[in-house]
Each structure stands twice: as C-alpha cells, then as structure tokens.
Design a protein around this ligand. Sequence first.
Ligand SMILES: [Zn+2]
Length: 267
Amino acid sequence: MNNSESQQNLLSNEAGQGVSGGARSGSMPSLTAPADYILGPVEKHFLLSAERGDCATVRRLLEENKDHPELLNINCVDPLNRSALIAAIENENIDLIQLLLELGIQVKDALLHAIKEEYVEGVEILLEHEEKIHQPGQPYSWEAVDRSASNFTPDITPLTLAAHMNNYEILKILLDRGATLPTPHDVRCGCDDCVTSSETDSLRHSQSRINAYRALSSPSLIALSSRDPLLTAFELSWELRRLQTVESEFRQEYEVSMDTEFLNMNC
Ligand SMILES: [Zn+2]
C-alpha cells in the first residue's frame, strides 16, 4: 500500500461523523454478550491465558487448533464481550498484542479501547496495523463493528475519544496521521443527515453534538490544532454559551465542556 496515501486517508473521513453517525444505529449500545454464544473449554483456556499474559500458551493453543475453528475461534469473547486482544490492551501487554495481530485476530474497536486506556504504544501498533489492513473506500475497523456489541457509540472516533481523555501524545499521533476535528452541525441544521439522525433518535443526536463539543474543548486538542489557542477557546465558549440556551435540557453537559476548557486555558 502506498504509505503516504494511507497516512493521508487514515482517519480522514471522521469529519461530519459526529452528527451523521448517529443515524446509523438507533439503539443504545449494550454491554450484554452476543446472543447465547457458549465458550468451549479450549476457548476458556485461551481467554484465561490471554488475560494472564501467557503468550506461549496462547500461541500453542492457536497453533494446535488452527484446523479446528469449532474448538477455538481466535475472535471469541468472554461474557463481558472482551476478546483476547482487549485483554492484552487492558494489561498493556505489547508482545501479546503483536502475537494476536500476527495470527489474524479481528481488531474491531480495539483502537478505541487503547485510547480509553491511554496506552500510547498500543495505539501506535494498532494504527500501524490498520494502515496495513485498511482498504480504500471501506470503513475502518472501529467503524465496522457490530454496534450492539460495542461500548462506544458510532459518533466516537479515535480523535474524539483522545480529546475526551485530553491526551496530548495520542492526539498528536492521530493528528499527524491526518485525523480531522469533529465538525458539529448547527442545532437547527436542516441537512439530510441531521434530519434523519434527529428523527431516528433525538437524544442520541444531541448527545453526539455534546460529544463533539466536549472533544473540541480539549485544551490539548486546542493547543495542537489551533493557530491562536486563546481565540479558539474564546470562540468556543461563546458557542457553548449559545448552545446552553438553545438546548437548555443539556445545559449541564455544555457547562462541563466550558469548565474543562476554561480551567486549563486561563491559567
Ligand atoms: Zn447537518
């Protein structure tokens, strides 16, 4: 794959998703396990070994069962919907992450988990992996997940989440790779995306706007992306104040965004 092209494309279709993404799924994400899938003994052993960071056993089980997907599916998940890869990320086990990626585990929304854990090395490896596997014109791994089995709503992009965590290092990595800022549409926007999204689930629609503004209020994101951080912070706080009156039922949420931004910018 052409490297500069992939870097440019990677994450670049984030713009606008903050709002339009809400229309993709009308239901809230659930934490329940996928329908009645029962783990076999080998899969239990596999997930437990991954949880313990036992790379040798994980490798052995996968090799022994590579012709028996009915005994061990590398993508199997525990009752909390955690795959071996998610366990490796939560335990910050880089060797295990690499092993699982080499052996072809589906990454799904693993990148978002790594960002949530603020695990910089994991984020880098998963981004490199995504560049290798991503096909132009296709959704990225974290966009293609089954929403009923994801802990993240569709409007949460890697950049939005990194901004919520206000993690400077991860934000820089994503921006360097071409991630773009969320662009919330106006509250009264009448574009097709907004109308559909609002009709499908108006709460979700408002929540995605709040998520986008919370991201834009990240002091690290402002510092990294704005030529005039103080002016940006000032303009943003005006916009947030206006939204507080227009969307008064979300007053508190907008206030939180404003506080985060002001606490950090004014000192
Ligand atoms: Zn719109």
